[in-house]
Write a protein that binds this ligand. Structure first.
Ligand code: AP5
Ligand code: ZN
Length: 217
């Protein structure tokens, strides 16, 4: 399958994408996760990106397009298709993706918009806990780990993302509405756009996703 998940911070992209990856045996590419791994390694890009991410802005289009291109070409899991999470989030990124796929004689099948009111996102974001190495996420209330602050799979500690506070979230939402909403419009014109109610509980969101993907492969 070749699809993208579009939605505001906390919509559930990172919660659903690993399940899709598992089901369809493809790669899950999350530009946010890739950038956070650069931040953790303290690379020059990571240092630059951290400032932008904590301020709720966007890293440059060229950088994230380059990261996706590199993965699509070299990550073996992507041979089975891909789930893009958090990319594209500007119209130039969407155009970059189209060109990339055209050059590789491929096309996108689904652009799924996870729709949810901003008001519901604060509690999702401020309660999120993540396992940095795998990108797995939990929620203190909605999806707690078996043992407090501990990853279920590895037993390693969970942390809070440095941009997961109410103040940074406000900026991330402004950025989303200004720069990423036009991407939704971009895909509406192509006919592969599909809306999904992301305010439902996670298993219901999963069912809705499968209904969309299974209905037209
Ligand atoms: P990124 O990591 O992509 O962050 P984001 O878009 O803000 O999205 P989130 O990861 O916050 O939300 P999510 O939808 O994955 O939610 P999740 O499933 O975890 O990007 C971070 C930053 O990197 C950006 O701000 C930007 O600076 C930079 N960046 C990244 N990509 C870029 C790009 N392409 N171009 C330029 N810059 C880029 O869920 C959240 C919480 O809610 C979890 O705790 C979860 O357990 C819980 N939850 C999930 N679903 C439900 C549900 N249905 N009901 C109840 N709780 C739920
Ligand atoms: Zn995410």
């Amino acid at each position: 399958v070749r699809m993208i998940l579009i939605g505001p911070p906390g919509a559930g992209k990172g919660t659903q994408a690993p399940r899709l990856k598992e089901k369809f045996n493809c790669c899950h590419l999350a530009t946010g996760d890739m950038l956070r791994s650069q931040v953790a390694k303290k690379t020059p890009l990571g240092r630059e990106a951290k400032k932008i991410m904590d301020a709720g802005g966007l890293v440059s289009d060229d950088i994230v397009i380059g990261m996706i291109q590199e993965e699509l070409d070299n990550n073996k899991e992507c041979k089975g298709g891909f789930i893009l999470d958090g990319f594209p989030r500007t119209v130039p990124q969407a155009e970059g993706l189209d060109k990339m796929l055209r050059d590789r004689k491929k096309s996108l099948q689904h652009a799924i918009e996870l729709q949810i009111d901003d008001a519901l996102l604060v509690s999702r974001i401020t309660g999120r806990l993540v396992h940095p190495a795998s990108g797995r996420s939990y929620h203190t209330i909605f999806s707690p780990p078996k043992k407090a602050m501990t990853d279920d799979v590895t037993g390693e500690p969970l942390v809070q993302r440095s941009d997961d506070n109410a103040e940074a979230l406000k900026k991330r939402l402004v950025t989303y509405h200004k720069q990423t909403s036009p991407v939704v419009g971009y895909y509406k014109q192509t006919g592969i756009w599909k809306p999904l109610d992301a305010a439902q509980e996670p298993n219901q969101v999963w069912k809705s996703l499968l209904a969309i993907v299974d209905n037209d492969k």
